[in-house]
Design a protein around this ligand. Sequence first.
Ligand code: ADP
Ligand code: MG
Length: 612
Amino acid sequence: MSDSILEEVFIKRSQQKKKTSPLNFKERLFVLTQDKIAYYDYDYEKGKRKGLKGSVDIEKIKCVETVIPEDNAPPERLFPFQMYLFLPQIIYDEGPLYIFAKSDDVRKQWIHKLRHVVRFNKDLMQKYHPCFWEDGMWKCCQQEVKQAMGCRVLETRNGGFSKGSRRKSRKPLPPLPPQPPKQPKFSEGMTVIAEYDYAPMAPQDLELRKDEEYIILQISDANWFRARDKYGWYCKNINRSQAENLLRTENKDGGFLVRDSGKYTGKYTASVYTKASHGTLGTCRHYNILTNHQDQFYLAEKHYFNSIPELINYHQHNAAGLVSRLKYVVSNRTQNAPSTAGLGYGVWEIDPRQLTFIKELGNGQFGVVKYGKWQGRHDVAIKMIKEGSMSEDDFIEEAKVMMKLRHENLVQLYGVCTKQRPIYIVTEFLSNGCLLTYLRENLQHPSAVQLLEMCKDVSEGMAYLESQQYIHRDLAARNCLVDSNGTIKVTDFGLSRYVLDDEYFSSVGSKFPVRWSPPEVLLYCKFSSKSDIWAFGVLMWEVYTLGRMPYERLNNTEIVDKVSTGYRLYRPQMANDKIYNIMMNCWHEKADERPTFQALVISIQDLLDNLY
Ligand code: ADP
Ligand code: MG
């Protein structure tokens, strides 16, 4: 065992594992050695150490900092300090270790020594929380996620004693190191499986049945979540007109719920909403769930099921005679604000301290994209713009315009963090990720309706952009995202103008989207809503080939040659003539003979109506 460097009796705060567990403070004898800090029970009378209570490896310490004392702290707790520990197996339970020194001098001495011994550790942190984690919240920044990144940058770098060197060079702090990939135990929107039965104890409690699935709606507390069972579509106690009101308020095409047919009938009705098209109002249809002579349930002849959940599950994927497949669960138990509501009126500069980074989603043209929370509650995606990859001032100006674009098939821009580098772009988070990957990996046997619905979603988002005279310039399956309901939303509109990368924005560069570009863009860089239409045709082709690379056997030069002399993509096996016809119309040599997005929406809707 190595020799002790320092020994001291401190008060240690218990780790607050649950919001409701009371905190306690115990005196412990701390012994610092070169590779460990151990703490022992202490016998006051004999002045001797007793049993070992715990220890921390020095190499696991990520940060040593003071803490601002609690309001009305008793005299023995006026000089707290904290150590953040890297303990992957329990990272989600443990906050920092809080220790209280008797005097500021002792605290200084320990912090100084500790920083010295940890100075070569990996993963030293650059940000910390200056106040305590208490009652399920960081007192400094009000974030409710324990693993939330610190909200204050360290005064002195870890390893400390840098006063001299700081005076010499006033270099800004280096960018944050990548966070270790942490898998959150739970996150909102996540499907979880109950480990135990739970009988409701209060009216708002949800009954849990072991092994059944539930969807987390909101993490309100370490122990209590708002959740919906997988039958979230079942609305007890609502009648026909209430159902219609709910469906109309949601105004989602394919919105549905299941309700009791009448008070005492023991029968059920599925109410389905289809959205307005060509100037007609949205309509509600009500289908009684029938039973056949074998007591099986059905909505449409020939499709019989042993249970209602099985029946609903089937019709979530197949309209089979209904006005629409059951696309969106509408429930009277949850009223979520629509994503286009943004994070609040007029907010576009977001305070980065209100962001928590939870996990990395991918890497793009501008750098890393992360999933996180805003104010510890709202799901967001955060693009951390790699320095030198974007012409930032121009983008920041443009962001104000982008913020105003609002449509349910566009990924909503929530705001930006521009007061620091790297700058962040904060957007709506879509849990099923990029459409291209989704087509390649998630869709095994897609139905005709499913594929056409995807195209319709994109065409609606694009028709909106077209109506705002906004050109996308890089429409492709890789720039669409899929939400938890399977709805497609278009993203990255207009962003390509701010890319600083010669390979990208020159039409002869290797990253230029040649495969999605019409002749007039390839030859004269002439972008318009009509060049977006061409790209849309290619995107439809990607959908119907489940994510193949367009012109896979040709290189970029060959594509430019062939496309400008009339060569076109072949008809994918899954696309019938009518669908291929739509694609081919998008690929008219002459830009003004291509349809508008508004016209495309109508053609696609007509095809869909014939499929139902
Ligand atoms: P860039 O546009 O900077 O090239 P991308 O937008 O392609 O970067 O992002 C990289 C990856 O991150 C995407 O492929 C996707 O998987 C993921 N991603 C990006 N934005 C979101 C989002 N809003 N929601 C969910 N995943 C996202
Ligand atoms: Mg992109």
